[in-house]
Design a binder for this molecule. Structure first.
Ligand code: ADP
Length: 238
């Protein structure tokens, strides 16, 4: 479904990505794992259309989307920092993705309200639509961010360290919950993390990056049993 071909990206003189090739199948849950500064976020942002590569192409279902902007790629995006609008209620935050649609495609106000309620049920926050983000816990806020990302009915969900700011217990619960949601919604998901345990637990396939290159790709078992980068072996058995 997603094909990334020979992607390079420099920031000034600094080469952030060197010729990345990667294919992701429909329905897969892929983790991009690597130390800080290895290029994970840059690759994710290029796939989303939030950033443009210097060379190479990105294909969605065989179509070259390399020059399409983020709004034209139909992807859902969740960041580490919740990036919710503090002055909007939870329901308004969730509905935001729908209200910015082009006038022609925009649903009626009643339909938007109904859809926001549906999404809040999906992320198990029914009844909290009238609250403001400041009145929710960190884990709840991140579920609101996820509901907002899902509002546009993306096929592809991109998550950049979404649980990074949360404590260990909440992270563990949210991982299991995200896995279930991914399956239930038939999503294709790419999850950026520097946490090996998180990557191995969540993903169908792990892509290990370092210094702007892909160092290893495999199932969690393959990566765990036979790590080929110091970054991963460093963590094994800890
Ligand atoms: P990761 O997500 O693995 O931590 P990033 O993709 O964020 O890595 O960053 C890769 C490298 O590119 C880092 O050295 C980072 O400092 C650099 N970089 C990322 N974005 C920018 C930018 N907008 N301007 C300059 N350098 C950047």
């Amino acid at each position: 479904m997603i094909k990334v071909q020979n992607i390079t990206k420099r920031f000034g003189d600094f080469p952030a990505l060197h010729g990345i090739d990667l294919e992701i199948q429909d329905g897969e849950f892929v983790a991009l794992l690597g130390p800080s500064g290895s290029g994970k976020t840059t690759l994710l942002r290029i796939i989303a259309g939030l950033e443009f590569q210097d060379t190479g192409e990105v294909f969605f279902n065989g179509n070259d989307v390399s020059r399409l902007k983020v709004a034209d790629r139909q992807v859902g995006f969740v960041f580490q920092q919740y990036a919710l609008f503090r002055h909007m209620t939870v329901a308004e935050n969730v509905a935001f993705g729908l209200t910015v649609k082009k006038r022609r495609e925009r649903p009626s106000k009643a339909a938007i309200r109904e859809r926001a309620d549906e999404l809040l049920r999906l992320v198990q926050l029914d009844g909290l639509g009238k609250r403001y983000p400041g009145q929710l816990s960190g884990g709840q806020r991140q579920r609101v961010a996820l509901a907002r990302a899902l509002a546009i009915e993306p096929k592809l969900l991109l998550l950049d360290e979404p649980f990074g700011a949360l404590d260990a217990k909440v992270r563990k619960d949210l991982r299991r919950w995200l896995r279930d949601l991914h399956k239930q919604m038939g999503l294709t998901s790419i999850f950026v993390t520097h946490d090996q345990e998180e990557a191995l637990e969540l993903a169908d396939r792990v892509v290990v990056m370092d210094h702007g290159k892909i160092e290893q790709v495999g199932t969690p078992e393959e990566i765990y049993m036979n790590p080929q980068t110091p970054f991963v072996s460093h963590f094994v058995g800890e």
